[in-house]
Design a protein around this ligand. Sequence first.
Ligand code: PHE
Length: 454
Amino acid sequence: MSGFDFSKRDSFGSRLGVVAAAAGSAVGLGNIWRFPYVLGENGGGAFLIIYLVIMFAIGIPVMMSELVIGRRSQRNPVGAFRVLAPGKPWYLVGMMGIISAFMILAFYTAVAGWTLEYIYQTLTGGFSGKSSVELTAMFDSFRSESLRPALWFSVFMIATSAIVLGGVRKGIEKSTKIMMPLLFILLLVMCIKSLTLPGAGKGMEFLFKPDFSKITGTTVLMALGQVFFSLSIGMGTIITYGSYIQKDNNLAGTSVQVSLIDTAVAVLAGIAIFPAVFAFGISPSSGEALTFIVLPGIFQQMPGGMIFAFMFFLLLALAALTSTISVLEVIVAYFSEQLRLTRRKAIILATLSMFVLGITASLSLGLTSRIKLFGLNTFDLFNTTTANILLPLGGLLIVIFLGWFFPGRDVKDELSNGGSLKARYYSLYRFIIRFVAPIAITIVFLNGIGLLKI
Ligand code: PHE
């Protein structure tokens, strides 16, 4: 038989493997590149508090819901809704996820490419002795080049495809288990260095002392978007990984563990970056460049800094890789299961289409800078629309589906592994997915885009 054989679907091997793979998807550039710059642009400490509240009140329940949908249906995001709600339009939520996957993979792999450029710069001494101003100029000129960003994007895209070709268990699970703990340790070392820089205290104050006067509707929407982006929720990555999870896994436990790991890495990244931001006199709202200016600055202050820099950017690239493979896996699972392609063909098709989108995004300050929609270049368009619109909307529809249109006893059955776990949190969870999350997401969304004023 040609095409995809459902009886041979891959699955994760061990409990640790599940957490490692889901955390591998969650932890990445979202934590170390996106979180600090979005927090920096949105007022610091108050943003952090809102982020944490949303993480626990909405992020974790949405992640649980995706795991339920995935494991119950044993399908990709589109197939999942087709199985759970046959003949109904809910599968469109899955389609929206596939579109988000394309957009995220395009700009995210472009940023992952920047980490490769920075590894290269570390090896060739490109940072040495450079001031913050020079580092900023270096970043800006790299981003507006016409070839290199696309070249690094391509290298990264090929690496991603190669791993996904290796299959879920072999490719994804193994690579994450080793890389994640290493990244964590290195991040700790950098926090210590950053905290001992002169003037570091101001950075800690910025990060941890809330000033609620800086909070607007947009800020809250940015926090919501960042939670969704960081947890890889709202587009079906976790549905897809959930479909590979074995029946005895405690889905609520997995969601909590993954979210805690993800939040810890984001906060550590903040502690590594903001003290140095203030010590170097850089503006916390330097945007997308922030991490790429501040980190090389910190490394310069460390004995053997270039070795650390090399290790760090390497691990960051690897953390990004465990995220890009999870996004590509969504597309590949969809192509192979719904369009009945072999995995190999699905991967080739997905990779080729990604080249078009991704190269456009990676050159969005150079060759393709003229391509604009709503005044945004492709990179910004993909970055903003996915995190702030598509993912929250996807999450909203996912909780509405499970909370209102899918039998509650089936949800409970899945969360309690057929009754073998107590699932004492169930009524709270159900209340959240029926009322709290839908209402909160709607209000934050309408308020953030200015349609509602509170
Ligand atoms: N969560 C990943 C990160 O923070 C990015 C991602 C988003 C991955 C959406 C998959 C889906 O780096």
